[in-house]
Design a protein around this ligand. Structure first.
Ligand code: PMP
Ligand code: GLU
Length: 432
């Protein structure tokens, strides 16, 4: 018997590697066990506790133990549909919703079930492209620019559809906003323009809105408003509800993509079966929402907004260009303006940049290359969630909602994140 792994490994897995966000966190963990003091700004994980009412629901349903329907607990599918009806103004019912153990696996099942082109604007979240690779497929990347605020434009989508041999070939475009890694969001005008092109060329949109509730002003708008018949909304409880480890994600389909939902559900039935029962029951409380959850989100946004703006300002002073943060918990500074200085120090791209920042200044970040950006670009993603969210939340709750957070709040409650930013700045700041 030949047990040599390189002979029998599925070709699609060769060179795939571990997800860079998860791998970097593991690297931090190992460095810490070696006694090194490393600040982890690599993983995107909410620092806040799961809202009390949702934890309470999980406790209450801890005895639920049966397999649930593959598509999801009916009460949860209903709550998710209601949520999107109310928040996004779309006409969804429980039948339009598919529940999975995280939106990540739903994206994988989507790529597996859909026989057509997958288009992704870059910078993009680290797993869309490797998921295609796992399936032996290729993704069509559209590189955006800093000047375009890292946004896909309606014009570039038109250009892609027109330039292909088969203009109306089946296509899915993955949009993600508020965006990981860029922390920006699309304007209503931009969304309307993209929706118009998608409708014209019959493109399906997968709108990854997992950070929707973390729009810093609470003003997230779904593109499904403007293209309801062709948009799948991806959401879940990992980010706004701070429950990434609970593994619950949702896809909401328009009626005429019911065939895709059915195919994915069949695939789910042959793979993960269904999401853990207590988690789905707790998810009902999360998606139904409450005044308490709204207040919790309000505080989370106020803290993220103030902190991210201060970090962005520090990075700019050190020579980076970075857009004003609008949502999620990431900044994506571009050090191109000081590239000469970095090159003189032997740094030729984002992987070296992040490696040197980690080795010399002990801050873990993720290179732009992991987000499908060119290797020689000087971009990186830093998450700004390495602070004690429970303490920061409690302190914010004591400050009236209509007031700004006072001077000194960040120094006190988000000191670690400011220290990470300072260390990154110290590293990149031009030296003679
Ligand atoms: N999309 C984006 C943009 C993400 O950052 C993540 C990371 N959590 C996911 C999808 C997957 O989230 P989950 O599987 O936890 O729902
Ligand atoms: N989405 C998170 C991030 O980008 C981490 C979790 C994951 O990638 O699955 O950091």
């Amino acid at each position: 018997m030949n047990l040599q792994k390189h002979v029998s490994l599925n070709l699609n897995l060769r060179g795939l590697g571990e997800s860079p966000t998860l791998a970097m966190s593991e690297r931090c963990r190992v460095l810490r066990t070696e006694g090194k003091e490393v600040l982890n700004n690599s993983i995107g994980q909410s620092p806040f506790p799961v809202p009390n009412s949702v934890v309470k629901a999980l406790k209450m349903y801890a005895r639920e133990k049966t397999y649930l329907p593959v598509k999801g607990l009916p009460e949860l599918r209903n709550a998710v549909a209601d949520y999107h009806r109310q928040k996004d103004g779309i006409d969804a019912s429980a039948d339009n919703v598919l529940i999975g153990p995280g939106s990540k696996i739903l994206m994988y099942l989507l790529q597996m079930s859909f026989y057509g082109e997958i288009v992704v604007p870059t910078p993009c979240w680290v797993s869309y492209v490797p998921q295609a690779q796992l399936l032996g497929r290729q993704v069509k990347l559209i590189n955006t620019t800093y000047e375009d605020r890292w946004h896909l434009s309606a014009d570039s989508l038109t250009e892609l559809c027109e330039s292909e041999h088969d203009t109306y070939r089946p296509r899915i475009v993955i949009l993600n906003y508020p965006g990981n890694p860029d922390g920006g969001t699309y304007t209503v005008e931009e969304l309307k323009n993209i929706a118009k092109v998608a409708r014209k060329y019959e493109v399906i949109l997968l709108s990854d809105e997992i950070y929707g509730e973390l729009h810093h002003r609470g003003e997230h708008v779904s593109i499904a408003n403007y293209y309801s018949e062709g948009t799948i909304i991806s959401s879940g409880i990992s980010k706004w509800c701070a429950a990434g480890g609970w593994r619950l994600g949702t896809f909401t389909f328009p009626d005429n993509l019911d065939w895709l939902l059915a195919a994915m559900s069949d695939a789910a039935s042959q793979t993960y079966t269904s999401v853990s029962s207590p988690i789905q029951w707790a998810g009902v409380t999360a998606f139904k929402g409450s005044v308490d959850i709204e207040r919790y989100l309000w505080h989370a946004r106020r803290i993220f907004s103030k902190l991210s703006n201060q970090c962005a300002e520090m990075l700019r002073e050190a020579g980076a260009r970075v857009h004003d943060p609008e949502g999620a918990f990431y900044l994506f500074p571009d050090f191109t303006p000081i590239a000469d200085n970095l090159e003189k120090r032997g740094i030729n791209g984002s992987v070296e940049l992040c490696d040197r920042i980690l080795c010399e200044n002990h801050v873990a970040t993720i290179p732009g290359a992991a987000f499908s950006r060119p290797e020689n670009e000087f971009t990186l993603r830093m998450s700004y969630c390495n602070f004690d969210g429970s303490k920061a939340l409690a302190a914010s709750e004591a400050i009236p909602l209509h007031e700004d957070l006072p001077e000194g709040f960040l120094d006190h409650y988000c000191a670690k994140t400011l220290e990470s930013t300072k260390r990154i700045c110290d590293f990149v700041r031009p030296r003679d």
